[in-house]
Design a protein around this ligand. Structure first.
Ligand code: HEM
Ligand code: HEM
Length: 219
């Protein structure tokens, strides 16, 4: 499978970064809820780096087109949600870093190195940033819940290939043998007979028989 995105699907780099960010977020929440603030901060620094790489990658790569014939507002909502999630991935660690700086505490990455303070010590400001950090964390969790619900709705209700085109490459059973998968609803040419409609890579059909089900057009 290709490293870069195409108009039809996410490449391995986008998928890998997406799921790495999800794992780091799970670690970050688990650590802070276990009162392991030092490790929470270190994982947060890693999220900042991953978010920066991801934003640059998203900007230089084509954005896969929405699948299916869904209403326009849903395409706009999906784009807006993705943009807000990326912004959130930046704002959370930056506000955490600012909070630690204002509290006069170091921001270390697992004891290997420390980031320079973003602000001078100011306890009142540290308290305000903390409230912001907590509130925005909660808003992000709500947004993630909407995002995950939408992904599951695409997979189980609409039954298109939206979720499968974000599955990490090593778990994606259906490969198009180096060819681009087709978007859902696109005509799949095959030797005569009535035209077949693609259902997105692995978005339908038997993954063991990817020839038509994954929209690879006979490849
Ligand atoms: C995406 C990254 C991050 C997420 C999702 C996140 C989320 C959270 C959450 C949910 C809390 C608990 C709030 C509460 O008490 O209810 C928290 C607390 C905190 N976070 Fe973060 N955070 C992130 C990154 C960072 C970073 C990079 C730093 C510092 C460099 C940081 C520093 C702190 C501190 C100092 C607290 C207070 C912990 C305590 O009360 O002991 N966070 N964060
Ligand atoms: C179990 C949890 C998750 C699932 C099942 C999931 C699923 C997906 C799917 C299927 C897509 C592709 C959507 C499309 O093709 O239109 C996607 C894209 C995206 N997801 Fe998630 N996601 C999850 C968690 C998260 C989290 C925690 C974040 C960030 C906080 C996130 C941020 C994004 C972003 C920004 C995109 C747009 C593509 C990109 O820029 O990489 N997702 N997700």
């Amino acid at each position: 499978m290709a490293l870069g995105n195409s108009k039809a699907t996410y490449g391995c780099v986008s998928r890998g970064i997406h799921w790495l960010a999800v794992l780091l977020l799970i670690a970050s929440f688990t650590l802070v809820w276990s009162d392991l603030t030092g490790y929470h901060k270190s994982v947060g620094v890693a999220i900042l780096a991953v978010a920066a790489v991801r934003i640059v990658w998203t900007l230089v790569q084509p954005s896969p087109e929405a699948l299916g014939n869904l209403p326009r507002w849903q395409h706009v909502a999906a784009k807006a949600t993705h943009g807000l999630l990326l912004l959130w991935l930046l704002v959370m660690p930056l506000s955490g870093w600012a909070m630690s700086s204002a509290a006069g505490r170091p921001t270390s990455f697992f004891g290997l190195f420390s980031l320079p303070p973003l602000l001078g010590p100011d306890r009142a400001l540290a308290g305000q940033i903390r409230e912001f950090h907590e509130t925005v964390a909660t808003l992000g969790l709500l947004l993630i819940a909407v995002h995950v619900a939408a992904a599951l709705w695409h997979h189980y209700v609409v039954k298109d290939g939206t979720l499968m085109r974000m599955v990490p490459c090593r778990f994606a059973k259906c490969s198009c043998g180096g060819h681009e998968p087709r978007a859902v609803g696109a005509d799949v040419p095959h030797g005569g007979g009535s035209p077949e409609k693609a259902s997105g890579c692995c978005g339908g059909g038997d993954p063991e028989k990817p020839k038509s089900g994954c929209g690879c057009g006979g490849h």
